[in-house]
Design a protein around this ligand. Structure first.
Ligand SMILES: [Zn+2]
Length: 232
């Protein structure tokens, strides 16, 4: 049932921003009532803190905040649920799946460059921020937990807390993909929370045995964060 705006919301003392909040909520409720599941899950993800922060960032090239017109347009289309492609076509990367007009497959395609590039850009940005904060970070340090191939930390920070080293691991999920959309329809945060918990299940024990604080940083492709990421 949509949230209705009644006279109690518009008395003479009502501030403009309060009225705007009610109008926004009313319009969101209307959208949620009629949206297809994939768009409803998108709205659930976008209705979380900080997902619109990039729209308020000053377009400063030195800070890496400036987007090209093309990147800005694609980002805005994904946020608004508008088509990016004019028609469905075969994926040029994997050759198996169809590229839907909203780019959901393109974001996920295991043969495409996006999922690796997206992870690495976030990892490198996190590393750079830690460098600027004089935290002496190390990037993808090998043999952190012994002579095996496991690398539980994309960014490793010595003396993080109580003299312990932190292993920070970035994970990015696309909430509307098949195996998470049901969770995303129940709660916008649940798919990201589960991704963070999966990382803890995989790496938490071995990090603890090696006196490391393991910190998963879960994000969604819509710009929302998991509880561990927000807390950190
Ligand atoms: Zn593909």
């Amino acid at each position: 049932m949509a949230h209705r705006i009644s006279s109690e919301h518009v008395d003479s003392k009502t501030k403009q921003h309060t009225l705007s909040e009610h109008i926004d909520q009313y319009q969101l409720d209307l959208l949620m009532e009629t949206a297809q599941p994939v768009h409803k899950a998108r709205l659930m993800s976008l209705n979380l803190p900080l997902t619109g922060a990039w729209l308020n960032a000053p377009p400063n090239s030195d800070l890496g905040f400036k987007l090209s017109s093309r990147h800005f347009s694609v980002g805005l289309c994904r946020r608004l649920g508008l088509p990016i492609y004019s028609q469905i076509g075969p994926c040029p990367c994997c050759g198996k799946e169809e590229n839907d007009i909203f780019c959901h497959h393109a974001v996920l395609c295991q043969k495409g460059p996006d999922h690796i590039l997206r992870h690495n850009v976030i990892q490198d940005t996190l590393f750079s921020v830690c460098q600027n904060a004089a935290l002496s970070p190390r990037l993808e340090e090998p043999h952190l937990v012994g002579p095996n191939k496991t690398r539980p930390g994309d960014v490793v920070i010595p003396n993080w807390s109580m003299g312990r080293t932190a292993a920070i691991d970035v994970t990015v999920i696309h909430p509307v993909q098949t195996n998470t959309i049901q969770m995303a329809l129940k709660s916008g945060t649940e798919p990201i929370e589960q991704a963070e918990e999966s990382k803890i299940t995989k790496n938490g024990q071995i990090c603890a045995e090696n006196v490391l604080d393991f910190i998963p940083i879960g994000m969604s492709t819509f710009g929302s964060y998991g509880p561990s990421a927000l807390h950190t």
